[in-house]
Design a protein around this ligand. Structure first.
Ligand SMILES: NC(=O)c1ccc[n+]([C@@H]2O[C@H](COP(=O)([O-])OP(=O)(O)OC[C@H]3O[C@@H](n4cnc5c(N)ncnc54)[C@H](O)[C@@H]3O)[C@@H](O)[C@H]2O)c1
Length: 272
């Protein structure tokens, strides 16, 4: 049962590919809170067909869009406003992909064409979303835009390779566009830095399983799940957080502020 936090609000939710996707949980939660929205993903992701189940459950239309294509994004925003019957109040960017990570390329052996793709898909697309939205004037005053990120933007995690650079850029775009959109339209822009979460994208990272357990043992509250993330993001879409903007908000059970936990210390036995 929701609290009606998003009653009357319209939005776009990207990045739901299967029921493990963080965006999938956010869509379900936004529906519970009374929002109406469109769903979008890369045309290639549509082939899996899973998203149709979510669309049916949420009574939402799907608008395919490759996040690297400005033309697709223009269509996404203009169609969404048309379908939903008015300007938007929230947008979720939940898109990330690195061919280098997928193919196990180390940071000292990156394929630069793939590096460009990682940045284009995972970071520049966020700018494209907002530039298109601004040009179309598609977002209402006090609207809210959220992108999902990871703490490898601030600290090195060896397995995160070029995605770390993409996330650093994503977070910078949130600040730069957050300033601009705030001045122009009182629209707020934030990133949510989420715990490791068992999804397709998460599972594609080498050593993810071990790291998930490590983070679980470090965070005093344990890892935040995709459902927890959905709860948090819904508050950021709501009118309860109207003065929060240009922030990178950690949603990680306290992991980012923990030096070392008793559990992890216990695991590391000094040599006799
Ligand atoms: N899973 C984690 O551990 C974790 C932690 C922190 C942040 N995140 C971030 O959360 C976001 C969502 O990832 P997830 O973990 O739910 O995994 P996911 O695999 O379910 O979602 C990633 C989505 O990106 C979409 N995508 C990839 N290329 C695209 C393109 N060219 N155009 C449009 N969409 C495209 C995929 O189809 C997929 O739906 C990502 O930004 C990810 O980096 C994930």
């Amino acid at each position: 049962m929701g609290y009606g936090l998003l009653k009357g609000k319209r939005g776009i939710i990207s990045g739901a590919i299967d029921e493990n996707s963080i965006a999938w949980k956010i869509a379900q939660r936004a529906k519970d809170e009374g929002a109406i929205f469109t769903l979008t993903n890369a045309p290639i992701a549509m082939r899996m067909g899973e998203i149709n189940k979510l669309a049916e459950e949420c009574n939402a239309e799907i608008i395919p869009a490759d996040a690297t294509s400005v033309e697709d994004i223009e269509n996404l925003f203009s169609r969404s406003v048309e379908i939903l019957g008015g300007k938007l109040d929230f947008v979720l960017h939940s898109i990330g992909m690195s061919p280098n990570v997928r193919k196990g390329k180390e940071y000292g052996d990156l394929n630069y064409e793939w590096y460009k793709q990682s940045v284009d898909i995972s970071a520049m697309s966020f700018h494209k979303f907002m530039q298109v939205a601004e040009k179309q004037d598609a977002i209402n005053e006090w609207g809210s835009i959220v992108a999902l990120t990871y703490m490898a933007a601030q600290r090195t995690f060896s397995f995160y390779s070029d995605m770390a650079d993409a996330k650093a850029m994503l977070e910078s775009i949130a600040r730069s566009y957050g300033y601009r959109y705030g001045k122009l339209k009182n629209v707020r822009v934030n990133t949510v830095s989420q715990s490791p979460t068992k999804t397709r994208a998460g599972g594609g990272i080498g050593g993810f399983g071990n790291f998930f357990e490590f983070a679980e043992k470090m965070a005093p509250l344990g890892n935040a799940t995709a459902d927890d993330c959905a709860d948090y993001v819904v508050t950021l879409f709501s009118d309860l957080t109207r003065k929060v903007t240009m922030q990178n908000l950690y949603h990680d059970g306290g992991f980012s502020m923990t030096g070392i936990s008793a559990e992890v210390l216990e695991m590391i036995k000094p040599a006799e």
